[in-house]
Write a protein that binds this ligand. Structure first.
Ligand code: SF4
Length: 761
């Protein structure tokens, strides 16, 4: 505490998956100052404009402070006791029809408690995070390449690479602090070549040495074109491939692990992808395709590829992830700092809570899956639950869950109650009329929403629960580079707002008291039994007692027991308290200290790699320590422009707002900097419709239409034939008209391309 009475503590930023660390200044139970954390390796004292204003997100004027139940169409204030009762009764009556829809913004203990409640308590597996909408294809890409999820490299790759290739992403706006690490190197005179492969010019293009504009969906062909050139020119890394790789191709029915293939078959399948053919498909000039092939063929440089939503939100997102891993493996640009293919996450704990904890509908903690009997037994043992408690059938993935919820029960819609925590599906689901808003006409469906502010989702909620956020509670997040970050509660939440984790435990306890068998362990004890130092159970389901002990720590330590199977060993909670995040696997060595692993599978960094192996994919699909190089063909998009809908519509984010803007739109500086959504057009497309800058245009797809002001020659510059709309604005909801089609393996929707027509209002 300083002389000014301000007390400082550490926390990760509340927004993106970069995971910058901030110093939070608190005075009189209020966050009064934010600084970039100098001690943090991720950001070294820097923050982006959202990070500098992160404290302001707590203090919007319309914070939700009371539980509210909808009666006769109107939300009325009720007590927490009644709210808990309402939820418990809905579940008790139809546990198989109850689902939780969560988020990559859940803290690790929150997500862990929610998935244990559903999978171990209710045995139905109907839980999925919104991360399904943003990085599920990265998960299936890593799994089908390395046999285990999450990147091998880390952000240090950005400090070491000679070439940075950005595939359909815009880190200058979406991961600005990461991007600045490279720009900073260049400003110090280091040579780093930046290549932006995108479908529209962005701020990232402005900094790039090469901007390669491709026709949407043809990234698949470009990646195949690079592999083709590596083989044709004989510049692939033969020794690396023979020592560390096997080959795979897709089966007729898309599957996670496909079927075995050979180098010869792979080379044969790639033959059609000549630079000329790829250029014809993609619109990227032949010499630029050759440039990419030549770069990957060089052994004297290090290449890092970054991607994010452009690759993941793709009806062939899994395949595109596989192909990017494949060109790095084929060329040997893997296994050294600076040589890495990495998918970035958009949410602060998409890796930590969605992927590592296993809040996805098919998953269990620590990289386990519900379909595997021994994985289920591991969890049942740690949870002291009888064998067979966990259902082997995966629950509904996000799009399916909402389809079932929005389908009348009599027509087979077998999800009747959804509890939404820490996310805003009424804004972010694709094709909202199909997946969300038609709930309004369904009388037997019940929507529970834990939230901080009124949102597009709370508008249709039957029960609204006021939630604590960020430093109003204890938490642990896991960022894009396997770094687990802890923080403590610093201020009290307003009114009766409470922790999401507490809400889950309180509902579980009410069900326990009602005699629900799933809320008891083998010895008849409550499944969320939290103890004090003497071992006596503390009734943490009573809010007044919740912070008597650190429930977060106990849940995290329970979760930690499940992290070893796939070598995702997180550090002990007390070590995380001391650190600014630690990258797993975190291993205790002979010196008695806990050591993180910046580079996974690599002998120089990863203590799980056997001596002398150099590189070891120790969870290899083929059980021989090798990774898989996939052949996946170029396939056209599900919906392409035609005569009636002649333009590509792409959606995305902007620097100032985070996702659906519920937090950032409450911060005046951010709201004023970017007050509303717009449609970016090419000036010629606009002129053809008589549209000028600022004019209101109608954007129409086969799913409906909305009106937006036109922005020409602005921050983003789409090519002729493409329009772009950011999705942050709840008054101009582009997701009413986006496509709902999903990748067949990851089940992630494509928000980046569908056919649209734009005309003057
Ligand atoms: Fe860092 Fe992302 Fe927060 Fe910006 S929004 S400060 S880049 S974590």
């Amino acid at each position: 505490q300083g002389a000014d009475g301000v007390k400082w503590d550490k926390a990760p930023c509340r927004f993106c998956g970069t995971g910058c660390h901030v110093r939070v200044g608190v005075k009189d139970d209020k966050v009064v100052a934010i600084q970039g954390e100098q001690l943090a390796e991720v950001n070294k004292g820097l923050l982006c404009v959202k990070g500098y204003h992160v404290g302001g997100i707590l203090y919007g004027k319309d914070r939700l402070t009371q539980p509210q139940l909808r009666r006769n169409g109107k939300l009325e204030t009720i007590s927490w006791d009644e709210a808990i009762d309402v939820i418990a009764k809905r579940i008790y009556d139809k546990p198989e029809q109850f689902a939780i829809y969560g988020s990559g913004q859940w803290t690790i203990p929150e997500g862990y408690a929610a998935q244990k409640f559903i999978k171990g308590g209710l045995s139905n597996n109907h839980i999925d995070p919104n991360a399904r909408l943003c990085m599920a294809s990265a998960v299936t890409g890593y799994l089908s390449t390395h046999g285990v999820d999450e990147p091998a490299g880390c952000y240090t790759d950005l400090d070491e690479c000679d070439v940075l290739i950005m595939w359909g992403n815009n880190p200058a706006e979406m991961h600005p602090v990461l991007f600045s690490r490279v720009i900073d190197r260049r400003s110090k005179g280091e040579k780093v070549t930046l290549i932006d492969i995108g479908t529209r010019r962005t701020r990232t293009s402005e900094y790039s040495d090469e901007y390669l504009e491709f026709r949407p969906q043809t990234d698949l062909a470009i990646a195949n074109g690079i592999a083709h050139l590596l083989i044709e020119n004989g510049t692939y890394d033969k020794q690396f491939v023979e020592r560390f790789c096997n080959f795979r191709k897709d089966t007729e029915e898309a599957s996670l692990f496909g079927q075995a293939s050979t180098f010869e078959e792979y080379a044969e399948l790639l033959k059609p992808y000549t630079p000329e053919y790829v250029s014809q498909l993609s619109g990227v000039p032949v010499d630029k395709i050759r440039l990419l092939g030549e770069l990957f063929g060089r052994k004297d440089i290090r290449i890092t590829s970054l991607w994010c939503m452009g690759v993941n939100q793709h009806t062939r997102g899994t395949n595109m992830n596989r192909l990017l891993h494949g060109i790095h493996l084929l060329s040997g640009h893997f296994g050294k700092p600076g040589d890495a293919p990495t998918s970035l996450t958009g949410q602060p704990s998409a890796c930590g809570t969605a992927r590592e904890v296993g809040t996805l509908a098919h998953a269990l903690p620590g990289g386990r899956v519900v379909a595997n009997e021994s994985h289920r037994r591991d969890c049942e043992e740690v949870w002291n639950m009888p064998a067979g408690r966990i259902n082997p059938k995966p629950g509904y993935h996000t799009v399916k869950m909402w389809e079932q919820f929005c389908t009348p029960t009599e027509e087979g819609g077998d999800i009747s109650t959804v509890w939404v925590q820490v996310t805003n599906p009424g804004h972010t689901l694709p094709h909202l009329k199909k997946h969300f808003t038609n709930k309004a006409g369904l009388k037997d469906k019940f929507l529970i929403v834990s939230e901080v502010y009124p949102t597009a989702t709370t508008k249709l909620a039957d029960l609204v629960l006021p939630a604590a956020m960020w430093v109003e509670k204890n938490g642990v997040y896991g960022n894009s580079e396997r770094r687990t970050q802890q923080w403590f509660k610093m201020v009290n939440p307003p009114g009766q707002a409470r922790d999401d984790c507490w809400m889950t435990i309180a509902v579980a306890r009410r069900l326990f008291e009602m005699g629900h068998p799933g809320m008891k362990d083998k010895d008849g004890n409550f499944i969320f039994s939290i103890q004090d130092e003497s071992g006596a159970e503390v009734p943490v389901w009573e809010w007044e007692r919740y912070y008597e002990v650190n429930a977060d720590k106990q849940l995290f330590e329970e979760y930690r027991k499940l992290t070893y199977l796939k070598h995702k060993d997180v550090a002990p909670y007390d070590e995380l308290v001391k650190a600014r995040g630690l990258r797993w696997p975190v291993v205790k060595k002979a010196d008695g200290k806990w050591h993180e692993t910046p580079f996974r599978f690599m002998e120089f960094s990863d203590s799980y790699v056997e001596k002398g192996k150099q590189l070891q994919f120790y969870h290899s699909v083929t059980k021989d320590d090798k990774a898989l190089i996939w052949f996946c063909p170029y396939e056209p998009a599900t919906e392409e422009p035609d005569e009636a809908y002649p333009l590509w519509l792409c959606t995305g984010r902007v620097l100032e707002h985070w996702h659906s803007g519920t937090m950032t739109r409450r911060v005046p500086q951010l709201r004023n900097a970017m007050p509303h959504a717009y449609v970016e057009m090419h000036p010629e497309d606009a002129a053809a419709q008589g549209l000028g800058n600022g004019d209101l245009a109608v954007i129409e797809t086969r799913r409906g239409k909305i009106e937006l002001p036109v922005w020409l020659n602005g921050r983003g510059r789409p090519p002729k034939g493409t329009v772009f709309v950011p999705f942050f604005d709840e008054n101009l909801l582009i997701n009413e008209i986006t496509l709902g089609d999903i990748d067949p393996i990851s089940k992630e929707p494509d928000y980046k391309k569908c056919a649209a027509v734009v005309y003057k209002r």
